[in-house]
Design a protein around this ligand. Structure first.
Ligand code: GLC
Ligand code: CA
Length: 546
């Protein structure tokens, strides 16, 4: 018998992501806040959540909804105070929930004290905190583009220099080559660790080691050196969950990021599966159908290659992505079935699952018919740019309805009352009109709801070690409808099987699994070879006596 090593706590944790602006307003100003989150902790405990990642609540001019930070060590008054934050950490702890802070370390706000100083002169001690290039107005250092549109360089006439920004003009990139910047960041992280936070999510972390002269943005040569230093100086002094956001992650570098020796992070968010439904080489707005077989192979590759050498994060939704039930499921007739199917497919895998607020209700994309209803900087810039380039506005709106980040940012749907119970005032972004039907209050009463299904999934993960340790094997690889895999340990074997489509499908596997225990099933019916639209189940059997 192999001796069981003690696993880090986050290996059987389920994490919930809160987008604070849209979660729960407590004071009627239409904006979600910390006191609102505190009032909903019992809801999260009931769902079986172990940790909550909250998108940034630090002081910020909100050019990019808080991902433009002007003070890392204070809370924006819009969300509350530092003492509210301390109370949140304490109240969460009472319910065995840890709070994960979002660290945005690639850039600050242009209103951060460091940047205000940096702009004062080339010999200011903070000047070298950012990335500058000498130049002449109108002649950009190179043709690099910013993610939210326009060039990645912004001219500062007083200095006769350009600064580099991978995101908006109001998000100047920090210069990680400067050891003073790194020290400031580590001290700030330690300060939050002292406050008792349970972990960190690291925003666009693969972009910190940029080298603009070589047009390198992500995976710069010094990236892992910086990450290892940061981890040594900070995270390793605590018992934290850390997850890096890395659009440029592949299975090779993910083994560095999530090295079981803890030298960098616990895990990374990788996006290979999330960029498959777009035209190759184009942008996310250039829609294409999901290549299902390729997606399965991609998921399987991550499962297999990180087995024993790293750790996966499992997610389909976040504040930057459209709602998965609208994207890969069916948000009409089979909304519930397909939301549960997607959850089954994901939660059976090895890794730490993340549930994005409202995903557990099967919340859907929103369809605002006019661009004026959208709030997101990326969406608004895209609309302007594409219309200027001559795209038809209707086509641009189609892309926006499918992919805008605002799909994930409409207020959480708590009940069927005014504004879905999110606010007494006017919500900062409109509520999805389907809240009368899709809301937490109704779903908590209903044992057949998407919510109740997620609750079962979080419980199963705690009960059966096969979820943590089981080795993954993809089955029926080429099948165009079925996503099936097994997870196997010495003791037991689990079959996860879903019909990814709205049409019946046939699945010969079930024959071999007669008599197995049904862990979860999204139809009240027997498990047979004929799978109904979006049918999904998990079966478990013992391997004893094999
Ligand atoms: C990450 C965040 C996103 C933000 C960007 C810039 O991708 O998730 O919301 O706009 O970084 O900080
Ligand atoms: Ca508020």
């Amino acid at each position: 018998m192999t001796e069981k090593k003690k696993q880090p706590w986050w290996k059987n944790a389920v994490v919930y992501q809160i987008y604070p602006k849209s979660f729960q307003d407590s004071n009627g100003d239409g904006i979600g806040d910390i006191r609102g989150i505190i009032s909903r902790l019992d809801y999260l405990a009931d769902l079986g959540i172990d940790a909550v990642w909250i998108s940034p609540m630090y002081c910020s001019p909100q050019d990019d909804n808080g991902y433009d930070i002007s003070d890392y060590q204070d809370i924006d008054p819009m969300f509350g105070t530092l003492s509210d934050m301390e109370e949140l950490i304490a109240e969460a702890k009472k319910r065995n929930i840890r709070i994960i802070m979002d660290l945005v370390l690639n850039h600050t706000s242009d209103e951060h004290r460091w940047f205000l100083e940096a702009k004062k002169g080339k010999d200011n001690p903070y000047h070298d905190y950012y990335v500058w290039r000498d130049g002449v107005e109108g002649e950009l250092p190179n043709d690099m583009k910013a993610t939210f549109g326009g060039p990645a360089w912004e001219w500062v006439p007083e200095l006769k220099q350009y600064y580099f920004h991978q995101f908006s003009v109001k998000q100047p990139d920090l210069n990680w080559e400067n050891p003073k910047v790194r020290r400031e960041i580590y001290d700030m992280i330690l300060w939050w660790m002292d406050k008792g936070v349970g972990g960190f999510r690291l925003d666009v972390i693969d972009q910190i080691a940029k080298e603009p002269d070589k047009k390198i943005t992500n995976n710069g040569p010094r990236l892992h050196e910086f990450l290892q230093e940061m981890s040594r100086e900070t995270f390793q002094k605590g018992d934290l969950i850390t997850v890096g956001e890395a659009w440029g992650a592949n299975t090779e570098n993910a083994k560095l990021y999530s090295n079981p020796n803890g030298s960098e992070f616990s895990m990374v968010f990788q996006f290979e599966h999330m960029v498959m439904d777009q035209q190759p080489g184009k942008e996310k707005w250039d829609l294409a159908p999901l290549p299902f077989v390729k997606m399965k192979q991609c998921m399987a590759k991550w499962q297999t290659e990180l087995y024993g050498t790293g750790w996966n994060s499992l997610f389909l939704d976040n504040h930057d992505l459209p709602r998965i039930v609208s994207r890969w499921g069916d948000d009409g007739k089979y909304r519930k079935e397909s939301a549960k199917m997607l959850a089954t497919m994901l939660h059976g895998m090895q890794g730490t699952p993340y549930i994005y607020q409202g995903e557990e209700l099967g919340m859907t994309n929103v369809r605002f018919d006019d661009i004026s209803h959208y709030e997101d900087i990326e969406t608004l810039n895209l609309y302007r740019e594409r219309v200027e380039k001559g795209y038809r506005p209707e086509d641009v709106m189609e892309s926006i309805c499918a992919k805008s980040r605002d799909n994930a940012r409409t207020p959480m749907q708590w009940n069927a009352e005014k504004n879905a119970g999110f606010t007494e005032g006017t919500p900062w972004i409109e509520v999805n009109p389907n809240y009368t039907e899709i809301n937490a209050e109704a779903e908590r009463r209903d044992p057949e709801s998407v919510y109740s299904y997620y609750r079962t999934l979080t419980r199963l993960r705690k009960e059966y070690p096969v979820f943590i340790d089981g080795k993954f094997e993809l089955l029926m690889e080429e099948d165009e409808q079925i996503f099936a895999y097994t997870r196997t340990t010495e003791e037991s074997e689990m079959l996860v099987c879903v019909n990814f489509t709205g049409k019946p499908a046939s699945c010969p596997l079930t024959g071999e699994w007669k008599g197995a225990q049904i862990l979860i099933h999204n139809y009240n019916a027997d498990v047979t070879e004929e799978m109904k639209p979006y049918e999904a189940f998990m079966l478990l059997r013992s391997r004893q006596g094999d």
